[in-house]
Design a protein around this ligand. Sequence first.
Ligand code: TYM
Length: 334
Amino acid sequence: MENAERKKRIFSAIQPTGTPTLGNYLGALRNWVAMQDEFECVYATANLHAITVRQDPAAFRKAQTELYALLLACGIDTEKSIFFHQSMVYTHAELAWVLSCYTQFGELSRMTQFKDKSAKHADNVNAGLFTYPSLMAGDILLYKADMVPVGADQKQHLELSRDIANRFNNLYGDTFVVPEPYIPKIGARVMNLQDPEKKMSKSDTNAKSYILMTDTPDQIIKKFRSAVTDSEACVRYAEGKAGINNLMEIYSACTGKSFEQIEQEFEGKGYGDFKTAVGEAVVAVLAPIQEKFRQYMGDKAFLETCARENAEKALAISSRTMAKVYKKVGLLRY
Ligand code: TYM
């Protein structure tokens, strides 16, 4: 009943492990911003998720503040939405434990992110890395989110969150809203500029393979100019042209132009012109965000107050879900 009356709710989060990439922006963050008018949005930095990989404490602290400032600079508006650091709202850790008891070993073993990350950090395959999806399910379910804007790489985790929610509801009666993924048509999977078969990721060892949201215009243009393409020298979207397809998706996402319009625009022109145009379109999107980011970073007191106030709001909402979960499971909480 509560559901039918309220505005649809959105939840999403991003890990503060270094500066976000253009992939994070086009796949998720710009949708976070766009959804704020129509929906009730709750967003977080997923800093608890980030410690599944070893972090240097000082660099980690800095990355969390910078990410908070960068997202405000993107247009997350705390007058409309709630935006907090996950670690400041203890219900996330609390629900994660409960849900881990309703998540099967087999399900977690099938997660491709777990397989990838455990191969990459073979010296530290910790239990948190394995149960990471239970924490993520808790994030979403605490706020009864109807929709979760994410890039395509998070789809598998979202499906598991839905399974966990359904399992719990079947056992104890209606408790959680079963969330739907919201994955954009263009930008859902921004690819690596040097190896367009892989997704763009800031943890790649080759800095030319990704665009960070804080890269300078010069760096951005250079990285696009060195992007791997093919030998056909024709700007068209087609199978077997992963590099060009990726650049076309990025250009389309940044300018709003369709693939057809892009093909016409660059008919008879070489890849050099196209790559420069893509770089310039990305600079046009990122430069105003970078300017605002610098302003927010100059006001640490504001960033702290804002994060604290938002965490209080998030705690108020999520505590209600938590109380319900404990009651349903039969855990005492006087
Ligand atoms: P994270 O921090 O890896 O990424 C944040 C968001 O960016 C998207 N993304 C991409 N989109 C398109 N192309 C790419 N190359 C690309 N790389 C990343 C991701 O899909 C994501 O939407 N587990 C999550 C964080 C999280 C979360 C949650 C998300 C924690 N709790 C609850 C949703 C709901 C993660 O590691 O995202």
